[in-house]
Design a protein around this ligand. Structure first.
Ligand SMILES: Cc1cc2nc3c(=O)[nH]c(=O)nc-3n(C[C@H](O)[C@H](O)[C@H](O)COP(=O)(O)OP(=O)(O)OC[C@H]3O[C@@H](n4cnc5c(N)ncnc54)[C@H](O)[C@@H]3O)c2cc1C
Length: 418
């Protein structure tokens, strides 16, 4: 049996590609190296699976070829995702943050719906089938593992990247692509917590607040993001820390992350606010003022680090001390020693270089019939359902390209046969 397409990896991108290709009438083989497919779908979004977002554009992603992301997102956007899952019987509900989750609040609902559809569309899904080599063949490709080999006219690599390798994405997909001459954009962990040696900040473990983080490289602003920020026993987590992590790792040169812990103020507005308070509420204590703006334990540390007596009243605060205090609150220089790495990264930054891939079909420019979708490519999104949106959209784009290709081949044959 020669399959029309063999898809390597049954995560979000592989399952989507398989369903859409089978819906278009293709004979689909889906090979998964683990005993069970879709491990990341189950663990994502705190097991609730943040499937997509209310607002999606290429601005939510990083890639050396961001124009590709725009093309693919245009062909299958968030409303297409919502409709796709509705057709599978799953209602997606938006949160106030814009994140969409299944109404059951369980990733299991998403995975089960995809697996039911895979089965009903007649996809051959084989688990515990780890693909170790690919070779060109007279009929297209040969797909090989330790105990098996299959033939297929086309191959789709949906093996993921290097994040959470315990789920099966261990970088094998990159090696398969490289065996056909494909190049890589350097991979680094993305959406991973930051580590610190600062004992004071580690002692705040468990405290969450809204923060604005800014990455300075060579003293210049390189990246900035705002969001929930969590102190942990090893460093910093929460969306703001996760979103900045890939930029911190990739930055070349002297780098520093500064945190604004009073996001409604910048230096100038906090200056104004405090000088007004000095006039209106001269006898209020500094601690009383600061704890209105941030958690008390963080305020304690700020007073300790700036050596300003928190029991002083506003009218006792000198101009110079006020300036020092303001700087610490809105430009706190975070001690960052590194990131937790791929074992705890939600995604991989970098991957297969899009320059060698057709932007509309995601077919290799080097090898006809070789396609890519999902995290294996040099695309990573920020927190908020964007990485799944990329998996659904790129999987759909590949499936549509395969269907079109097959149709035009049949039409050509019909034409030749008169
Ligand atoms: C803890 C965590 C939480 C996350 N939460 C969210 C979230 O809420 N929203 C969001 O948008 N994104 C989230 N993500 C990111 C998202 O899960 C991934 O971006 C997405 O799953 C990538 O899909 P993929 O199909 O490309 O790769 P993967 O999901 O990694 O799937 C790849 C599959 O290929 C298989 N495979 C690999 N090599 C081979 C081989 N040689 N042969 C056969 N099979 C192979 C693997 O076993 C795996 O099943 C989260 C990630 C993690 C780790």
């Amino acid at each position: 049996m020669i399959y029309d397409v063999a898809i390597v990896g049954a995560g979000a991108a592989g399952l989507m590609t398989a369903i859409r290709a089978a819906q278009g009438g293709l004979r689909v083989l889906l090979l998964e190296g683990q005993q069970k497919p879709g491990a990341k779908i189950l663990m994502s979004g705190g097991n609730r699976c943040n499937v997509t977002n209310r607002s999606v554009s290429e601005k939510d992603f990083n890639s050396e070829k961001i124009i590709y992301v725009r093309h693919i997102l245009k062909s299958f956007g968030n409303t297409d995702t919502i409709k796709f899952f509705k057709d599978l019987g799953v209602e997606l509900i938006p949160e106030f943050t814009g994140k969409y989750f299944p109404s059951t609040n369980s990733g299991k609902t998403i995975l089960n719906a995809l697996l039911n559809k895979v089965e009903s569309e007649g996809v051959t899904l084989l688990c515990d089938y780890k693909v170790k080599a690919l070779a060109s063949h007279i009929n297209g490709f040969q797909v090989k593992g330790d105990q098996f080999h299959f033939e297929a006219k086309n191959i789709v690599l949906t093996t993921g990247g290097l994040s959470y390798p315990s789920t099966g994405s261990d970088g094998m997909g990159y090696r398969l692509a490289q065996s056909f001459g494909h190049s890589m954009v350097e991979t680094v962990p993305a959406l991973t917590p930051l580590t610190t040696d600062d004992k004071d900040l580690k002692s705040l473990s468990g405290i969450t607040l809204e923060a604005q983080l800014t990455l300075l490289v060579d003293g210049k602003k390189h990246f900035s993001c705002r969001g929930s920020f969590l102190f942990t026993h090893f460093g910093y987590s929460g969306p703001a820390a996760l979103n900045i992590s890939r930029h911190w790792t990739k930055a070349q040169g002297p780098k520093q992350i500064i945190a604004n812990f009073i996001v409604d103020h910048d230096e100038a507005s906090l200056q104004k606010y405090l000088s007004e308070l000095q006039q209106k509420s001269a006898r209020r204590s500094l601690m009383n003022v600061l704890t209105e703006l941030m958690p008390q334990r963080l305020a304690d540390i700020i007073f300790r680090k700036t050596r300003i007596d928190s029991s002083m009243t506003m009218n006792q605060l000198s101009r110079e001390s006020r300036q020092i205090l303001i700087k610490r609150c809105v430009q706190y220089p975070l001690d960052v020693t590194g990131v937790l790495g791929f074992s705890k990264a939600e995604v991989t930054a970098g991957g297969i270089d899009l320059a060698e891939i057709n932007p509309k079909t995601l077919e290799s420019r080097l090898v006809s019939g070789l396609f890519f979708a999902g995290e294996i490519l040099d695309v990573d999104g920020r927190i908020g359902g964007y990485n799944f949106q990329w998996a659904w959209a790129s999987g759909n784009a590949v499936a549509q390209a395969l269907i079109k290709k097959q149709r035009s081949q049949y039409e050509q044959k019909d034409h030749q046969n008169g």
